[in-house]
Design a protein around this ligand. Structure first.
Ligand code: NAD
Length: 295
């Protein structure tokens, strides 16, 4: 049993903290929102008065926050208050530069640190089936792995500081682009009089096969569990896809990489978001693609 401080109890952090309690750990939690704190209390965590109070005496500190500025701000606050030799893990999806800044803060105070963004969404957070993409030194990763195993099923060490965030944004750039490609193919098939099922049966067993088609099919019918069968309720909301594609563009610009389709995908999701569909599952982008016909 470990003493774990958990900061950021939102849609992802709340159920992740609950899984640590279920695994038998002592969890001291903090969030700014009263309702999230109450839920964590019901789930068996102890609630601290502040983030800095939560980390006192913890062997491991976990943050699950909206963006880089929140992570740097919370780490600046909590790292000096942590016990000597403790480990700090950030599971948020943030920009690579902020992740490196957070690692540097931890190193300055002698703490081991890991960036460990996740994929698997709220379902994975609840079911403890998340994938963690980790960046940091081998020793820090070795210490983080058994803790993360309580919340996920696949824990990958991607490299040094920031490598987890790099892997996450590269993966999600593939996802954002491939979902538009699959949506475009269905929209074209509709115009050509080809049924959704016929395109699915061919492409899912041909070279067009991909996760966006076979697991998350953007039209209702072929994959009954995909959000298209549920009014495009997220799942993974389009505004979060905008966030991840923007992180990818920022990283590409900073690193001097050419990502023309990633840039275009960002613009397409931004337009969908600006039209008031930010809360729609990202596979709903097919509706936006259809709306462009004849324009
Ligand atoms: P969320 O907005 O539901 O939760 C974030 C929580 O952080 C909120 O409860 C907020 O009150 C808290 N918070 C903000 N500033 C704080 C501070 N200074 N101190 C303490 N608490 C603070 O977001 P989420 O959906 O849980 O996502 C968290 C992270 O995980 C994001 O970086 C997101 O991109 C990433 N992510 C989300 C999903 C998803 O499907 N929701 C999937 C993968 C990754």
């Amino acid at each position: 049993m470990a003493n774990i401080a958990f900061i950021g109890l939102g849609n992802m952090g709340g159920p992740m903290a609950a899984n640590l309690v279920k695994a038998g750990h002592k969890v001291i939690a903090f969030d700014l929102v009263e309702a999230s704190k109450n839920q964590a209390r019901t789930d068996g965590a102890t609630i601290a008065d502040s983030a800095a109070a939560a980390v006192k005496g913890a062997d491991t500190v976990i943050t699950m926050l909206p963006a880089g500025k929140h992570v740097v701000s919370v780490w600046t606050d909590v790292v000096p208050a942590m016990a000597k030799g403790a480990l700090i893990i950030d599971c948020s999806t943030i920009d690579v530069e902020s992740a490196k800044q957070a690692h540097a803060l931890a190193a300055k105070h002698g703490m081991a640190s890991v960036d460990a963004p996740v994929s698997g969404g709220t379902g994975g957070a609840k079911g403890a089936t998340l994938t963690f993409m980790c960046g940091g030194e081998e020793k820090a990763f070795g210490a983080a792995k058994p803790v993360l195993e309580n919340m996920g099923k696949k824990i990958v060490h991607c490299g040094g500081a920031g490598a987890g965030q790099a892997a996450k944004i590269c993966n999600n750039m593939i996802l954002g682009i491939s979902m538009i490609a699959v949506g475009e193919a269905f929209a074209l098939a509709e115009k050509l009089g080809l049924s959704h099922q016929a395109l699915f049966d061919v492409a899912s067993t041909s070279s067009g096969q991909c996760w966006s088609l076979t697991t998350y099919c953007p039209v209702p019918g072929p994959v009954p569990t995909s959000p298209a069968n549920n009014g495009y309720k997220p799942g993974f909301a389009s505004n979060l896809m905008v966030k991840d594609l923007t992180l990818a563009q920022d990283a590409a610009n900073a690193a001097g990489a050419a990502t023309p389709l990633g840039k275009h995908a960002q613009e397409i999701y931004k337009a969908f978001d600006a039209a008031g569909h930010g809360g729609v599952d990202f596979s709903g982008i097919i509706q936006h693609v259809r709306s462009l016909a004849g324009k």
